[in-house]
Design a protein around this ligand. Structure first.
Ligand code: C5P
Length: 406
């Protein structure tokens, strides 16, 4: 499931008998691809164990303002969140939140965030109907806080009435409503990243300077926009949560991995720097230096042969509606060369960068590109971090898809 891919959700849990239902909610959110950061109030710890939530969530439970290495966990949690859900919400937390009193980590986070908030009150009917609670609810609603009213039913101690926490599935559905899926939801995006390494012998390779950072940024961006993402990479950086990584080394291994996953893909982004040539003969053992001559016998010269052109192969077998993206590192005639490549390899978009410029491309944290697509004016994206470049690339992909599906 990718419904909530890339979404950061803070799950607040207060001290009520319904706290056990937060465990089920946590599971639903994680299964849908969300990153869940749980916060428990100290009263919540009387009802469920920290270990239970920590094991199911995406990070360990946070409980106080003071036990974190981070001196300001509430602002970090609040700023990073796409949504905060509090289930169950007790009368105390409703009151503190409505009054703006940050008496613990959960209330501090609620006050520190600009993300949408969903509170799910649960308490005995007498408490729920108390004017103070109802006025707090009205205040919070007026301020734009989303309130999922409790249901009527059996309460703790055998009483029956209004105040029972809404069903976890119902809370989950409400969260999905508040966090509409991204514009790549329902698509499968395959991204390649990093430079291939072509073996000469057991220890030596022909490699290039690609760091894989741009490919990883594209995978992260597609993931955050709701796509199912397969990342085929020669390097292992921090894999975005929810992305499937396939590690490869050579151009041939990358071609094989692409063959396995790209057939059904809606979008393939070839961000990898694939070696164009590889040694014809490779040795499985380490070739030794001749102590007399100082050279490695048999390595005076290396005969090279072409590797498979993965992108061209994809272009030759492109399905209707499939979007192919290639990269082009150029030192001159950027747009003309990109346009030629677009035709030659039958791709829909070329991301061209002038590697002669400083701060651009291989190994850098930043990039500057020109997006060249069929029948459209080239789009220049100035020097920016690789995630911003990834955003522009995926914007262009979404535009191409909208043309081909309408
Ligand atoms: O033709 P050129 O090598 O400049 O094209 C670069 C683009 O083609 C990149 O997207 C790269 O990932 C891809 N490529 C490939 N297989 C190769 C060489 C390049 O898929 N053997």
């Amino acid at each position: 499931m990718t419904l909530l891919n890339g979404k950061h959700i803070v799950l607040g849990v207060c001290g009520g008998i319904a706290a056990y239902k937060s465990v089920e909610l946590c599971r639903l959110l994680v299964d849908a691809g969300a990153h869940v950061a749980p916060i428990m109030t100290s009263d919540a710890e009387h009802f469920i164990g920290k270990v239970t939530l920590s094991a199911l969530a995406s990070e360990p439970v946070h409980t106080t303002l003071w036990d974190d290495a981070d001196p300001i966990p509430h602002t970090r949690l609040g700023q990073r969140a796409d949504l905060i859900v509090v289930a169950p919400t007790t009368a105390r937390v409703l009151g503190a939140y409505a009054a703006g009193i940050s008496s613990d980590l959960l209330t501090a986070t609620l006050i520190a965030t600009r993300a949408p908030v969903l509170v799910c009150p649960a308490m005995h009917t007498e408490m729920w109907e108390h004017p103070a609670v109802q006025e707090n609810i009205a205040t919070l609603r007026r301020r734009g806080v989303n309130v999922l009213d409790p249901e009527s039913g059996r309460l703790a101690g055998g009483d029956i009435g209004a105040g029972r926490l809404a069903d976890p599935q119902r809370i989950f559905d409400e969260i999905v409503q508040l966090l509409p899926p991204g514009d790549l939801y329902g698509t499968h995006v395959v991204v390649t990243a990093g430079g291939t390494r072509e073996p000469i012998d057991a220890v030596r390779v022909i490699a290039n300077r690609s760091s894989g950072k741009q490919g990883y940024a594209i995978a992260a961006e597609a993931n955050a926009r709701g796509a199912k993402v397969t990342l085929i990479s020669t390097v292992e950086l921090a894999v975005p949560f929810g992305v499937t990584l396939i590690q490869v080394e050579t151009a041939q291994q990358m071609q094989d991995a692409v063959n396995m996953s790209a057939q059904q893909a809606d979008v393939v982004v070839m961000a990898a720097a694939v070696a164009d040539m590889r040694p014809v003969v490779t040795s499985t053992s380490k070739m030794k230096k001749n102590p007399k001559t100082g050279v490695i016998d048999g390595l005076e010269s290396i005969a090279l042969e072409a590797t498979p052109d993965i992108l061209a192969n994809l272009g030759a077998s492109k399905r209707v509606g499939q979007v192919l993206v290639g990269f082009a590192a150029e030192t001159e005639n950027l747009v003309a060369n990109a346009q030629a490549k677009l035709q030659r390899k039958n791709v829909d978009l070329i991301v061209a960068n002038n590697v002669a410029d400083t701060g651009v491309g291989f190994g850098h944290e930043t990039n500057a590109v020109t997006l060249v697509a069929n029948g459209a004016e080239p789009v220049v994206v100035g020097l920016s971090d690789k995630r911003s470049i990834a955003k522009s690339v995926m914007d262009a992909v979404v535009l191409i898809r909208s043309h081909s599906t309408h």
